[in-house]
Design a protein around this ligand. Structure first.
Ligand code: OGA
Ligand code: MN
Length: 208
């Protein structure tokens, strides 16, 4: 277990990831999750979707929370520790990543929350920031894609809009990890021609 989670985070990757996150506000790692784990998580996400376990994601928080499919069209399910062996393997890898980010960037991240997400064909997520107006605990956003054989012409890119830099489109190809700073990075999800599945997550700082 431990060796698997440290393998995902070799020294070279560590340096690349943290440099890019500090310099550009985002970072990408193409083969982050082991292939077998990506397949298991994809199967679990598809089974949950077929079983009706995913629900329409809302925007906002507390009383301002609302389902607005024009703004955000994904269906989600929050992960719980112990929900499946694959989810636990994934959460252990993310725990290793949390400790690495803390050691390298001194971010004081102390929690991770994550959900499966499925965007049906045509669904999108309009440009937004991941940090809530009244809660600044979300610090580093994470997306890991679970789609086999994704072609760029199938759409569904994550489009990042780093301040003062050209926008960047990232194809949601299985095993790929994207990290960005939750407070600063404007981003959106473009519509696709097929189901688009992922795990989205946030490393949070303890509220001050
Ligand atoms: C989100 C989000 C990006 C993606 O869930 O907040 O921006 O590529 N997801 O799925
Ligand atoms: Mn987002």
């Amino acid at each position: 277990m431990f060796s698997e989670s440290s393998e995902c985070l070799s020294e070279a990757l560590r340096l690349h990831m943290t440099d890019s996150l500090t310099e550009h506000g985002w970072s990408q790692q193409n083969i982050f999750l082991p292939a077998d784990l990506t397949l298991e998580l994809a199967a679990e996400c598809r089974a949950l979707a077929l079983g009706g376990a995913l629900h329409r994601a809302a925007v906002g928080r507390g009383e301002a929370q609302a389902v607005r499919s024009d703004i955000r069209g994904d269906r989600i399910l929050w992960l719980k520790a112990g929900q499946s062996p694959a989810c636990d393997r994934y959460l252990l890898i993310m725990e290793t990543l949390r400790l690495m980010l803390n050691r390298t960037l001194f971010l004081g991240l102390d929690e991770y929350e994550s959900h499966f997400a499925c965007y049906a064909p045509g669904a999108s997520y309009q440009p937004h920031l991941d940090r809530f107006r009244d809660d600044d605990s979300r610090t580093v956003s994470v997306v890991i894609y679970l789609n086999q054989d994704w072609l760029p012409e199938q759409g569904g890119a994550l489009r990042l809009h780093p301040a003062g830099q050209p926008s960047a489109d990232i194809t949601p190809l299985g095993s790929r990890l994207v990290l960005f700073l939750s407070a600063d990075m404007l981003h959106e999800v473009l519509p696709a021609t097929r189901d688009r599945i992922s795990l989205a997550g946030w490393f949070r700082q303890r509220p001050a």
